[in-house]
Write a protein that binds this ligand. Sequence first.
Ligand SMILES: Cc1cc2nc3c(=O)[nH]c(=O)nc-3n(C[C@H](O)[C@H](O)[C@H](O)COP(=O)(O)OP(=O)(O)OC[C@H]3O[C@@H](n4cnc5c(N)ncnc54)[C@H](O)[C@@H]3O)c2cc1C
Length: 433
Amino acid sequence: MPDPACRAPDTFYHRTQADRLARPALTGTVEADTVIIGAGLAGLTMALELARAGQVVVVLEARTLGYGASGRNGGIVSPAFACGDSAIARRVGEPAARALHRLTIEGVERLRATITDLGIASAAPCPGVLHLRRFDASADLIAHAEAFARDFDYPLEYLSRDALREMLATERYFHGLRDGRAFHIHPLNTLRGIAAGIERLGGRVFEDTPAIGVELAGASKTITTPQGRVEARRVVFATGGYTGALVPRLRRAVLPIATYMLMSEPAPELLAGVIKTSAAVLDDRRAADYYRLVEGGRRLLWGGRITTRAASAAALAQQLQREMRGVFPQLADLKTELAWSGQMGYARHLMPQIGRMQPDVWYCTAFGGHGLNTTAIGGKVLAEAILGESDRIAMFAPFGLPWAGGPLGLAAAQLTYWALQAQDWWRERAART
Ligand SMILES: Cc1cc2nc3c(=O)[nH]c(=O)nc-3n(C[C@H](O)[C@H](O)[C@H](O)COP(=O)(O)OP(=O)(O)OC[C@H]3O[C@@H](n4cnc5c(N)ncnc54)[C@H](O)[C@@H]3O)c2cc1C
């Protein structure tokens, strides 16, 4: 059998993963209560919840565990959806938007609890996320923190410019909010720990096993793979930004959007003089960058930028480097050792797509750029629906599976991103003059 590790992407996380256990490809026929397609955080979270309830689960992964966005991301676990709260409120009203936001907080806690319960030490959770502003206006930030304390009993600490300078040696930021309940992790190790947890409960995870055919009409569903098949009572599609043509309706509903990260060379002394916090950092531009120290401060991971067409990660890394040097000129000589990209799945409404396509055929996709907490709660809510434990899945019904617009949708997404970049630039410039 070919070694699946050879087909894994080359990222910081793959280079530092806690184990390199390769799962076999499926051969022959297996039976399951539920077959889940896609071994990202959405698929594996759900598989874990179902296995905990005693279900026989089988997870099929086309490539390697965490091959998709879940094994390549920034590792920042914080509340919220990829879609802003005010856009959600416009669509479903304030009370429903608040209830949805509460779910995202629950998602953060759920992932934290999963890491603790399964004893995934290599996830290395580290507390603290800073949301920083690059221009001089603070009233709305302070009001935001007050609203979060009032509406969600969720503490956000305001940080002045002086407080920020203690943590980050840059003139770039003016104000910030510290979220002490948010945290950051090694996402691939987290995923590996969850897969092991599923297997301890009798579930099976197959790598190198793309679902290539589906028969969804009868009471028993059949999923065909190159060397085998699964017969199951129900099917869940959790294929994120890697959703292919298997189920055309799903494919049409998800736009794959690429985003990029770089890993610096080891430079602990240089970095310690510049970034004096172990918290992850996000700026609050609409086209934001994010970064954090890893390996105990030896290296910097920096992420940002989106494209709707595959671009070379190396070329995009140069843009990220320019951005990094704009914030920290002291890092001008810091070399990039590795750059990579990953695909996020976006729906037209920017919200996750969690629901039922037909009896016993479910989907759990489109978590966009805010998937660590939302896959945790999305998988939980869908498992509750399958098990008949709750109807919380109905909260996602107003969003559904609309057509994402195909090539036109991609062009619109790229134009929107460029427009947001221009607005960010203008906002900063206007605030400085
Ligand atoms: C570079 C980057 C940085 C990010 N940073 C953050 C961050 O800091 N915080 C945050 O909250 N979110 C972040 N995100 C977003 C987050 O990673 C995603 O929203 C989340 O991981 C999506 O998980 P998923 O399980 O839905 O999809 P994925 O992890 O993409 O998993 C889908 C899987 O399905 C498999 N698949 C597809 N088709 C088939 C098939 N036919 N048969 C079998 N398997 C199939 C794929 O191979 C893939 O492994 C980032 C994303 C990227 C790309």
